[in-house]
Design a protein around this ligand. Structure first.
Ligand code: BGC
Length: 738
């Protein structure tokens, strides 16, 4: 049966503003600008702004980090805080948490609320969101990204971008591309197959360019093909601008520009954050010393670089200015509104993943002595982490939320259990082992007296954990937490405690997977990513059952670090040798790799428990036809329909995940299956059903052929498995594609 329906994705392209009008304004301005004025708009004039053209009344661009809230205001020329008293903001959950919701509507609401905060602070460009791929669980910035799968990342990032840009605030999607580790981030050259580059690493960017028409993109520090990615001919000129026809502005990462000739010719449009003499002399700043400043002007004057190269960059920058700073429909925005906190809390609640259950939801009235153990029970997790650090007005900790929400707050005791020191950007505080032992002992002692222990730990935003400019030191939880949890578990299960076995619920925060040697000894495990300002409230609502968890993992939790697909290739595959890293595992990243190697994992990609149960039935797969409205092009697609029923006793949401096996999936260079579509139900009451319809354009079933350097669609039988994780596939249908 053939059906017609519209592809909604293009509609928001120009935020309703007249694109033609923008182009006219761009051409008009370009025609009036002097050579020097053209050069001036191509580089920073302060830490976070680039110049406009004051003579023509063209405004500067105000940028700011991103991606989870508006960064604290910094001084004009330094990295020091400006000490404003009105720049405390809402911290939204980390992007990994957003990805874990698998809920596109929450992504849209995230982008909308965040852009209101940016607009209020007078910003035009959000430095984010990030979609680098979780290739290694050690990546220090994984919390700022959207997991291991390119389709999930690309789909979940697009509504955020669309909603922000609809408000006249641009996103600057980052870090383009292959910035998948922080170790040696400024100098590592990534060697990756053409196919893995296309199918895995570029794919979330391509989707966002195609679906959300993102207005700016940040180049990454690392190199590809021997060229820094802020000015890389293949990645920027050939793929992004020519092949994908992207009309936005490419912004360098801060200090990521290294050559005038390459910056000029290889696609960079705005140079930011360059240390002015390329070394330490940042204090004696000189923005005219930038690679795209005086030196570039001279080359143009001497005719060594054609004017058309300059004009193309200026057009892109002007377009960005007219789409944002000078967009008559740009919103005024608001800061710390109730609506923003609500979005923040809801995303947190839906992103939390229940990994193991027994005692949840908790009936707190059953317990007389409740003990919260762990530093993350009280620590602000919006501090640290690098450029995404936020100054918040409100930051509700788990302990605070428990004490606020439970009727008998006095029954809740607290023990820190371990300590981790202050968050620092490039080194760690030296920890005192005697203090650590004391905290450990104290917690275990208190545990002996408690009948419910809620352990709140995991990672934090210290250097060597979830923090920019360095990777995690180990796949294990840090600061002696494995030993502490094991000791707490021993207390709760000890027969000496008398008639009743205590209950131990473990809650972890963190941007990535970690080893869980104590899993069998604890009663429940809840993983929270980072939840932002409403952290404790979101968590407590899940613990009490006010909210039924529906988050699903955007990354695989392997049993052992050695199981990750790249590890067997040794140091050359991570973190690299002598400035070269080789992605030897190719396209077999995340579940694609675990599938191929037949490795059993602890928690698969897409996994997450609920307080209810769901049945997925009656999958139907048909060919349909898509019409892309603006291009008036028709494309064949596959439509997958599945019926989801809540078969348990409480209301809940479920995510249907479609994994497709291609006709050649048994061949060794093909994935066993790949996520090609997903949809989340509305809140289903017990017994209630919803029919979900998902569309897969045939183009999404293609793979990259390295012989022809083209996408290729194989003919034959495709199998569509619909399930609730990458290993829990419930219903299957197949279709011949000729
Ligand atoms: C980070 C970017 C960030 C920029 C500005 C860089 O070090 O890699 O993600 O946007 O700094 O703070």
């Amino acid at each position: 049966m053939k059906k017609l329906f519209l592809f909604a994705s293009f509609i928001i392209m120009t935020m309703g503003a007249d694109a033609q009008n923008v182009e006219q304004r761009v051409e008009d301005a370009l025609g009036k600008m002097t050579l020097h004025e053209k050069i001036q708009v191509l580089h920073a004039q302060s830490k976070f702004t680039s110049a406009g053209v004051p003579r023509l009344g063209i405004r500067q661009l105000n940028m700011d980090d991103g991606p989870h809230g508006v960064r604290e205001e910094l001084e004009w020329n330094t990295w020091s805080p400006a000490h404003w008293t009105n720049d405390s903001v809402v911290a939204f959950p980390s992007l990994t948490c957003l990805a874990a919701t698998w809920n596109r509507d929450l992504s849209r609401r995230y982008g909308h609320a965040l852009s209101e905060e940016f607009a209020f602070r007078g910003k035009d460009v959000i430095l984010g969101p990030g979609v680098n791929i979780a290739r290694t669980p050690l990546n220090g910035r994984a919390f700022e990204y959207m997991g291991e799968d390119p389709l999930l990342a690309g789909e979940m990032v697009s509504p955020y971008i669309q909603a922000a840009q609809q408000n006249g605030v641009a996103c600057c999607m980052k870090h383009y591309v292959l910035n998948d580790q922080e170790t040696d981030r400024f100098g590592v050259n990534v060697n990756v197959s053409e196919r893995a580059l296309r199918e895995i690493y570029l794919e979330p960017f391509r989707r966002a360019v195609d679906k959300a028409h993102v207005w700016s993109i940040m180049g990454s520090y690392n190199l590809y093909n021997g060229e820094h990615c802020c000015h890389n001919d293949i990645l920027i000129n050939r793929i992004l601008k020519q092949e994908w026809q992207w009309d936005g502005a490419l912004v360098s990462d801060w200090g990521g520009t290294t050559s005038t000739m390459q910056a000029a010719l290889n696609g960079l449009d705005i140079e930011m954050g360059t240390y002015t003499d390329g070394k330490e002399r940042e204090a004696a700043f000189g923005y005219n010393d930038y690679f795209l400043a005086d030196k570039f002007e001279t080359l143009i004057k001497e005719g060594k670089i054609p004017m058309s190269v300059l004009d193309d960059k200026v057009r892109r920058v002007l377009r960005l200015i007219y789409r944002t700073a000078m967009n008559p429909q740009k919103i005024i925005g608001s800061q710390c509104s109730e609506a923003h906190y609500e979005v923040c809390r809801e995303i947190g609640e839906e992103g939390i993943v229940l990994l193991k259950n027994g005692p949840l939801p908790v009936d707190f009235s059953k317990y007389k002595k409740i003990l919260v153990v762990g530093e993350n029970g009280t620590r602000s997790l919006t501090e640290g982490g690098g450029s995404s650090e936020l100054k918040t007005l409100k930051d509700v900790s788990p302990l605070e939320a428990l004490r606020n929400q439970l009727s008998m707050p006095s029954s809740i005791d607290y023990a820190q259990g371990y300590y981790s020191g202050k968050p620092m950007y490039s080194k760690q505080e030296k920890l005192d082992s005697a203090k650590q032992a004391r905290l450990h002992e104290e917690a275990v002692e208190k545990a002996k007296d408690a009948d419910l222990i809620i352990y709140v730990g995991g990672l934090n935003k210290n250097h060597g954990q979830d923090c920019e400019n360095g990777d995690r030191e180990s796949y294990d939880l840090p600061f002696g937490q494995n030993e502490l949890i094991a000791d707490l578990a021993a207390v709760t299960s000890s027969p000496k405690r008398g008639e009743k076995k205590g209950t131990l619920i473990v809650v972890t925060f963190g941007g990535n997977a970690y080893a869980i040697p104590w899993l069998d000894t604890v009663d429940a495990l809840v993983h929270c990513w980072y939840l932002g300002s409403e952290s404790g409230n979101a968590l407590v609502n899940v613990l009490t059952g006010k909210v039924n968890p529906s988050g699903k993992l955007p990354v695989t939790f392997a049993k052992r670090y050695e199981d990750y697909p790249y590890v067997k290739f040794g140091e050359r595959a991570y973190p690299g040798i002598k400035g070269q890293v080789y992605y030897d595992e190719g396209i077999f990243v995340g579940y694609r790799g675990f599938d191929k190697n037949k490795t059993k994992v602890l928690f698969p990609f897409g996994y997450g428990l609920s307080y209810t149960t769901f049945d997925l039935k009656n999958v139907i797969v048909e060919v349909a036809s898509l019409v892309e409205e603006t291009l008036n092009m028709k494309q064949d697609a596959v439509e997958v329909t599945v019926n989801v029923t809540n078969t348990g006793s409480v209301a809940g949401k479920e995510v249907a995940q479609v994994y497709v096996a291609s006709p050649n999936s048994k061949k060794k260079d093909m994935p066993v299956k790949e996520l090609k579509a997903f949809a989340k139900t509305r809140l289903l009451q017990p017994g209630e059903s919803e029919t979900l319809t998902m569309t897969i354009p045939l183009d999404d079933l293609r793979y990259w052929n390295e012989q022809t350097h083209q996408w290729q669609l194989d003919k034959g039988k495709y199998t569509f498995h619909v399930g609730v994780s990458s290993t829990d596939l419930r219903t299957t249908a197949s279709l011949n594609i000729e």
